[in-house]
Write a protein that binds this ligand. Structure first.
Ligand code: ADP
Length: 418
């Protein structure tokens, strides 16, 4: 392993892994800090934590545990990944985790930048823009957990840190790696420990890459990742996303009720795919929907992909939530779909698409998936992955969060894997 990454949430980890694969690295994503060694050969490992909004002390402890595992498995550089909208509370956790990692790595300087131009996140004069507007006018000022009311990242990060925070501005970045290195030396001499870095284009990130070569710790959104593999002599190559040959039956499980997923379900049915709808009220009444879905799927599986879904439109979801309560409805459907995922794998499914962020979490946990090799991208942000199940069997799996993917996602994904 060359690069060891610690991500503060699950979909953010996949986003980073995907960028590294596209830049030529073979990447494994681990769900939580692995209990054992790495299951497959890789250039980078992304440990996905859930530390964005937990108390700072917890976030630090989990991040340090991830660091120790990555170091024990040979990582020579550490990348702490956070959201491209710099999601944090006034107490952290970006600042406290960064400073704890710096201390553990015995390093006195690092950078911080959420810039991700491909996703319209740019940083200029230390200010974060989302599309054409400043962070605090982007809607993020109203986020329920991490309201971002200041676009000046030097100020935001300074409020979370003990050490001094400075800026490497765009004039410096535009002049290239040597100018950035000079600026870093000057900032260090002034006692600055962390520097926000301006970047408005991918070229800026590619210029930044070489300047980070010998930095023990890099902290960023997923954008900076595009400039790092070259430091290890790695170039973009389709070999990075190669997975073992797929086998077994194919299935889609969908618990996402977002607009894009509703469209994908409709398109799968329209194209003639066999589909089984789950009614949450029937589940609540105690019907054995899991057994019914599996009995329906079993004879169809040899003929091609099947879809089992609870996906529904906004009005239907609201009606169910009014009857059962939001949390109970969600937890009940997640448990139902996770049990169906287990049953489908028992029936020989080895290529599984799961739609829905929370639904994916529940399915992955039920299947005992702890590490996934990242493969080719189906649509932006959603790669096929390969996992080894506790039984020792391989499983190709893709986890699609809500609004990702085109209308033909379910029909197209399996073709791409072959
Ligand atoms: P997304 O990524 O689109 O947000 P998630 O899986 O994260 O999807 O969230 C969808 C939530 O809605 C889950 O908790 C799921 O169990 C729940 N759910 C699924 N189907 C229904 C339904 N028909 N009615 C109410 N809730 C549902």
């Amino acid at each position: 392993m060359k690069l060891g990454c610690i991500a503060d949430d699950f979909t953010g980890a996949t986003d980073l892994a995907n960028n590294l694969v596209r830049a030529g690295m073979r990447v494994v994503q681990a769900i939580g800090v692995p209990a054992g060694p790495l299951q497959s050969d890789s250039d980078a490992v992304v440990v996905a934590l859930k530390t964005r909004t937990v108390p700072a002390r917890d976030a630090i402890d989990q991040s340090i545990a991830a660091l120790r595992w990555l170091q024990a498995n040979g990582a020579s550089q550490i990348y702490f990944k956070y959201c491209s909208t710099f999601d944090s509370t006034p107490e952290g956790n970006i600042g406290p985790v960064t400073e704890a990692l710096m201390e553990a790595l015995h390093t006195r300087f690092t950078i911080a930048t959420p810039a991700f131009p491909d996703n319209k996140r740019t940083v200029f004069k230390g200010h974060l823009f989302v599309g054409d507007v400043l962070l605090d006018e982007s809607g993020m000022q109203n986020h329920p957990l991490t309201p971002m009311t200041d676009a000046n990242l030097v100020r935001v990060l300074q409020a979370q840190c003990k050490g001094r925070v400075g800026l490497i501005d765009h004039l410096t970045v535009a002049r290239g790696a040597d100018a950035i290195a000079e600026r870093i030396d000057a900032l260090k001499a002034q006692g600055v420990c962390i520097a926000i870095v301006d970047a408005v284009t991918n070229d800026d990130l590619l210029r930044l890459g070489p300047a980070l070569k010998d930095m023990p710790l890099v902290t960023a959104g997923s954008g900076v990742a595009i400039g790092l593999p070259a430091n290890f002599g790695i170039e973009p190559s389709s070999r990075a996303s190669r997975l073992p040959a797929p086998g077994g039956h194919q299935a889609v499980l969908s618990g996402s009720c977002s607009l894009a997923t509703n469209q994908q379900v409709r398109e799968f049915v329209r194209a003639g795919g066999p589909a089984f709808a789950i009614d949450p009220l029937q589940v609540a009444r105690g019907a054995d929907v899991v057994a019914q879905a599996l009995a329906w799927a079993e004879p169809l599986l040899p003929q091609g992909p099947v879809l089992v879904y609870s996906t529904a439109g906004a009005d239907a979801v609201k009606a169910v939530q009014a009857r059962l309560g939001v949390e109970r409805a969600g937890a009940m459907m997640e448990a139902t779909l996770a049990a169906i995922a287990q049953g489908l794998v028992t029936l020989g499914v080895r290529q599984l698409l799961v739609a829905g962020g929370e639904t994916s979490g529940a399915c992955v946990q039920a299947l005992g998936v702890t590490q996934m090799q990242i493969g080719p991208q189906i649509d932006p942000g959603v790669p096929w992955c390969h996992a080894v199940l506790p039984s020792g069997d391989g499983l190709h799996i893709a986890l699609k969060s809500g609004n990702f993917g085109g209308a033909d996602f379910f029909t197209r994904a399996f073709g791409l894997l072959q």
